[in-house]
Design a protein around this ligand. Structure first.
Ligand SMILES: [Ca+2]
Length: 433
């Protein structure tokens, strides 16, 4: 075969592969939901049978995965890590009660800045006093998935008062469609409102779950895809199901990984996600990690490489929330990244944090993940870039755990995800005696 024929054949194969992934994906034609025997529950995976029974009795329900579907991991330790030893005696303080929060950022003076899912922001001081709604926060107008999502501080916040936030609202007074926006603003000197609110990037295909600032100053934003049948997370033309990367003025960094492809959206940094709620930079390596919420039984912890393809919906360890298979249950493919870890059964990760504090010394160096459906705060012990052990904390509170952040006091702050009377919790060293 001549060289030109070979390249034509390769070109055709590539075109076919691309045409396959740029169309909308759908499970509509999936075969009937398969049936699997019951699986272990959340407490049972990294706990004892007795702990399992205790939590089920305490919380009044069994939060098993729907069944025991459990495809084999790609390597030992990729799921269901051994139970970590309890290394830090602690107490839980309820700092304040608030309406359903989403984002949480700890200010340098120790106050907590929270976004409210229905719209708005409040500041909670160390004593638990909750502020009025901050002025000048963009309103969240009714649209599908409309909500205020994350807020995060610029690394020079103490000097420049700059913060970033993401939200989804109605596109305009005359357009009921949803639009996602990533914005910056300054917190006023009296902390009563925002100033200089600027939209950095917006689009109908942006669902901005988190905003984290890289060591190089750029902003990394996981943008979810919720719907089966929506834009394909593999498509380079859509911002859904991706991690986006922009500069703090909204411009596109000159070294974004897909810029050579003129048809690709220039903000794309990594692709193939469903719904990443947790994102954080490892303070030791400067690398980005994310925690992906859903598919069912396939929640992932991923180490992000620029331009990496994280597989969804081509490969996954989970299934549709209704139980249907995703791409026949395929869990690995060449050119697609494997998760470092996945949760089976699901915990529905709502956040991700590397703990570097000294106030809770038994936990220094651990990774924390808030679990929504799992109603727990997960602590992971990492070794050589893999999960060595998992501890499930706060399960006896029986509530969904949302955001987790480290305060300047070195303590750990957690918000719960309840529609009313959600809590801001503070984890402190156990007082002796
Ligand atoms: Ca994946």
């Amino acid at each position: 075969m001549s060289k030109s024929k070979t390249s034509t054949a390769v070109g055709l194969a590539l075109a076919f592969a691309l045409s396959n992934v740029t169309v909308a994906w759908s499970q509509a034609a999936a075969p009937a939901k398969p049936s699997f025997p019951p699986g272990p529950d959340y407490a049972g995976v990294a706990g004892s049978a007795a702990e399992n029974v205790r939590i089920t009795a305490l919380c009044g329900k069994n939060r098993n995965a729907a069944d025991g579907y459990a495809p084999p991991p790609a390597f030992a330790g990729q799921t269901r890590a051994p139970k970590a030893q309890a290394r830090q005696p602690f107490d839980v303080e309820v700092v304040a009660r608030i309406d359903r929060p989403w984002g949480l950022a700890m200010l340098p003076d120790g106050r907590a800045l929270v976004t409210l899912r229905a719209g708005g922001m409040r500041i909670i001081d160390k004593a638990g006093v909750v502020s009025e709604l901050l002025a000048n926060v963009p309103a969240i107008q009714n649209a599908r998935l409309a909500a205020m999502y994350d807020v995060s501080l610029d690394r020079d916040f103490a000097r420049n008062r700059t913060l970033y936030f993401g939200y989804v609202t109605r596109a305009s007074a005359t357009d009921a469609a949803a639009i996602g926006r990533i914005a910056s603003a300054k917190l006023s000197a009296d902390s009563k409102g925002l100033e200089d609110v600027k939209t950095l990037r917006e689009g109908p295909d942006i669902l901005p779950r988190r905003i984290v600032q890289a060591p190089d100053g750029t902003l990394l934003i996981p943008s979810a895809v919720i719907d089966s049948g929506g834009p394909n997370p593999q498509s380079l033309q859509s911002q859904l199901g991706k991690i986006l990367r922009i500069n703090t003025d909204g411009s596109i960094p000159k070294n974004n990984p897909f810029l050579k492809d003129k048809t690709a959206n220039p903000a794309l940094y990594a692709l193939g996600f469903r719904d990443v709620h947790g994102a954080a930079f490892d303070p030791k390596t400067g690398k980005l990690w994310v925690a992906e919420n859903t598919p069912m039984g396939g929640d992932e912890l991923d180490l992000i490489k620029p331009g990496g393809n994280y597989g969804f919906p081509v490969i996954s360890y989970g299934r549709e929330n209704g139980g249907g298979m995703i791409n026949g249950g395929k869990s690995a493919q060449a050119g697609m990244e494997q998760p470092v870890y996945y949760w089976n059964p699901s915990i529905a990760p709502g956040s991700l944090m590397f703990y570097t504090g000294k106030a809770l010394p038994g936990w220094t160096g651990s990774v924390f993940v808030g679990g929504l459906s799992g109603e727990q705060l997960v602590r992971l012990e990492m070794k050589n870039g893999k999960v060595a052990a998992e501890e499930k904390l706060l399960m006896d509170r029986c509530v969904r755990m949302k955001s987790v952040a480290q305060g300047p006091d070195g303590l750990i702050y957690v918000t719960t995800d309840e529609p009313k009377d959600a809590e801001l919790l503070r984890l402190v060293p156990k007082t002796k005696g």
